[in-house]
Every structure is written in C-alpha cells, then in structure tokens.
Write a new protein. Structure first.
Length: 441
C-alpha cells in the first residue's frame, strides 16, 4: 500500500474505533500499535513506550492539572451565582439585560474556569430558571447560555490553548493573549444580538412588558463586592504571567492555590470532604487529558514513521491552493470534526497533519489557534455531539432539546461570521500578543 492509502485506511479505522465507545486514549494507542505492527519494520514497536512516557515528562503539562483544580474549585463555589446576581442588578433596566448579564457572566466565569461545560453549567443553573421565570423566550435563554459557555475554551486560561501550545510548541502565554480580544469581542456581539432580539420581543409584546425591576446603588455595590475576590484571580494570573514573574506552569499553581483559598475564606465552605471532591475530580479529568495527550503523541509518531503525515501534506500542496483556499479547507474540516469529537481530541489528532501544512504555507500558528478554537466552539453547540447542548438540557430539563438547538442557531451564525472577520483581519487575534510580547511568527 502507498502512504496515502495507509492514511485513508488509518482515517477510517480511527473513526470506527472512536465511535465504538472505547476511551479515546486507549483507542488511539491501540490503533497506533496495530498500524506500526502491520506496516512498520520489525523494530517499529521499540519506540512505543519511550514516546508515550516521554510526552508525559513535558514540564509544560503541569499547567493542565493546576488549571483543572482552579476550575473545579471555582465550580463548586457560589461564584457563578454571585457573578450572575451582581451583573443582573446593574443591567436589569436594559432590554434583554437579564440575558446580557448571563452572557457577560459566562465570559467572566470562563476567565476563571477555562472549561466550557463547567461555565454553561455554573451560569445556566442560576440564569436559565431566572430568565424563564421573567418571560425570556426559552430559545434565547438556553441559546445564550450554551453559546456563552463556549467562551470557556477561548478566553484564557483555556485548556484548549494549553494542549494546542504543547502539540505545536507554541508559547502558551502568547496563545492566552491571542484569545483575549476575540473572546471579549464575541461577548459584545452575543450581548448586542441578545439586546436586539429582546427589543424586538418587547415591541411585539407592547410597552407594558418593559422590565420594572430595580435595585439601589448600595445593593448593586454589595453584589459587586462579592465578585471582586474572584476577579482578583484573573488580575493575579495576568500580572504574574505577563509581568515576567512566573512561567505559565507556576502561574497555574498560583491560580489554583488562590482559588482554593478564596473558596475557603469568602464562602467558608471548603470542608475536608469538599477538598477531597475537588482533588478527586481534578485528578480524574487531568489523568484523562494527560493520557489522551500521550496517546496522541504516539499516534503522531506512528503517522510520521509510516510517512503518512508528510504524504498528506505533500498531497494537499499538490492541489496548489492559495492560502485563502487552504484556510477554507481547514476550516471546513475543523467544523465537521468538531461536530463529532471533543475539542482536545480534534487538536491532538489533526495537528500532526495540519502543522506541516501550516508551516509550509507560513500561516501564523497563534492566529490559527484562535480560528481553530472558534470552530471547536461551534461544535460544542451543534449536534450530534454538542456537549453544551446536553449540559443545558441537564440544567433546564423543562426546555425540549429541539428548542435549545434552535436557540443556538443564531449564535452559530455569529461565530461563523466572526471566523470570516478574523480571516480578513488577523490582527484581531495577533495585535495583543504582538503588542505585549513582541512580533511573533
């Protein structure tokens, strides 16, 4: 068989194995070993253990469990409820203010948590019942939370950026900075859409449907004060990382410690049982991600050893595509892959093939990371996988899944258009890291 034929067979077998329900790490490892045994030389399997263990010895991987601990600590606290309540008090007189408060709350929670499903669950548990009780249409209420939750993998700290940086050997600090402006821009665009949709709903309902709720300045400030300690974590991460005081791994450890300390001090709810639950869940999730990373490294080694990666790259460049056409093809692939696989899996499986293509086309890897992440965000709110859809269904069982899906559709369109905007104006993603860290590749 030729290398391209082996690659086609590998693609089919990999998808068949993953869709069989086998854990991703075990599936990738099994496929890698099987193909090395079938198509490699007799000594091909000698590097399996070395590759697997060698990938786990990467110091940068310490960032992952620390940020997972941060997300678990914030997730078990009342931070999501406090963020929502504080923002609601300030925005209650604005048409759609309740929806906007939830979207901004998702953005802020993302900056502390780094996980999309956790963000959707934490804000949705409080926000969706309140919106439905106050007459917000179910489609807008659930769609806004589902889409706002996806910001967890774009606004730093982002597990997706950490994994991407490790796989492509790109600066994690630069990737974090690249996600800031696009993340904030999406928060603004989502909020504007929600405002326009709410205004249209109010016009149809008549003037009597205008919001009547109000809070005193003292009530607004008291709600804001409860969120300040957690916003301090965001400031601490920014100062330590970009002030040159610590590496990303050290910053992750500092952020995790601060989160645990603030949960204990602010909410006085960190009992020994809670600490055990946080560490247990963080260990489980971190182990899963680390095993997937090690298995993906073995998978990448197998593809390179069998010359599949190089052959696919040469085949793609044989099409003589312009950079615009190449970006279109890669976007379509990522969009479809995101419909069926989790974000981390897409990165670990696709980047060994995409990286040579991107490097040969001299495409900025930092900019492409943002494009990739937004594509994967769409996958989180689009069937058939659509993890955030099922999270929202879990926190709002009274809303049919069909209504949740229809509610996310306008936000999917917004994100697709935003990808086009980023392609035309790449500086939206690269301006901040270039400004603070100097020009990159």
């Amino acid at each position: 068989m030729t290398e391209l034929q082996i690659g086609a067979l590998l693609f089919v077998v990999t998808f068949a194995v993953l869709f069989s329900g086998i854990p991703i790490a075990f599936g990738l490892t099994a496929v890698s070993i099987a193909f090395l045994a079938c198509f490699g030389e007799p000594g091909a399997l000698e590097a399996v253990a070395k590759t697997f263990i060698g990938e786990l010895s990467n110091f940068a991987l310490l960032t992952l469990p620390m940020f997972v601990v941060l997300g678990a600590a914030i997730g078990m606290s009342r931070a999501g409820r406090d963020l929502y309540e504080s923002l609601h008090r300030w925005l209650c007189r604005v048409p759609g203010g309740l929806v906007i408060a939830n979207i901004v709350g998702c953005g802020l929670f993302s900056a502390m948590c780094g996980s999309s499903p956790a963000t959707a669950a934490a804000i949705g548990k409080v926000g969706i019942p309140e919106m439905l009780k106050r007459g917000v249409p179910a489609r807008l209420a659930t769609g806004a939370i589902a889409a706002g939750g996806t910001l967890g993998i774009l606004i730093p700290p982002s597990i997706t950026f950490i994994v991407y940086g490790i796989v492509t050997h790109t600066s994690i600090a630069r990737l974090f900075l690249a996600g800031v402006v696009p993340g904030l821009a999406l928060v603004v665009v989502f909020a504007v859409y929600s405002w326009l949709a709410s205004r249209a709903g109010l016009r149809r309902a008549g003037a009597g449907a205008a919001p009547q709720e109000s809070y005193t300045l003292a009530e607004k400030l008291s709600g804001l004060l409860r969120t300040l300690p957690f916003l301090a974590i965001i400031v601490a991460v920014t100062v330590f990382m970009y002030g040159g005081f610590a590496t990303p791994s050290e910053v992750a450890a500092i952020a995790a410690f601060l989160a645990l300390a603030l949960v204990a001090v602010v909410y006085r709810g960190l009992r020994l049982a809670d600490l055990w639950a946080i560490m247990r869940d963080a260990t489980r999730e971190s182990s899963m991600i680390l095993l997937i990373i090690a298995a993906a490294a073995l998978y990448a080694y197998m593809m390179s050893y069998l010359y599949v990666t190089q052959s696919v790259a040469d085949w793609m460049f044989g099409w003589q595509l312009s950079n615009w056409q190449l970006i279109l093809v890669l976007n379509l692939f990522l969009l479809l892959a995101g419909f069926f696989m989790p974000a981390v899996s897409v990165i670990l499986m696709s980047m060994p093939i995409m990286l040579p293509v991107l490097q040969q086309g001299q495409i900025d890897l930092v900019w492409f990371a943002v494009i990739l992440t937004i594509n994967l965000e769409i996958g989180l709110i689009h069937p058939p996988l659509g993890l955030n859809l099922f999270v929202i269904r879990g926190v709002a069982p009274e809303v049919p899944l069909r209504e949740v899906m229809w509610g996310t559709l306008p936000f999917v369109v917004i994100m697709v258009l935003f990808i086009v905007l980023l392609t035309v104006f790449p500086g939206i993603a690269t301006w901040l890291p270039d400004r603070l860290m100097g020009p990159g590749y």
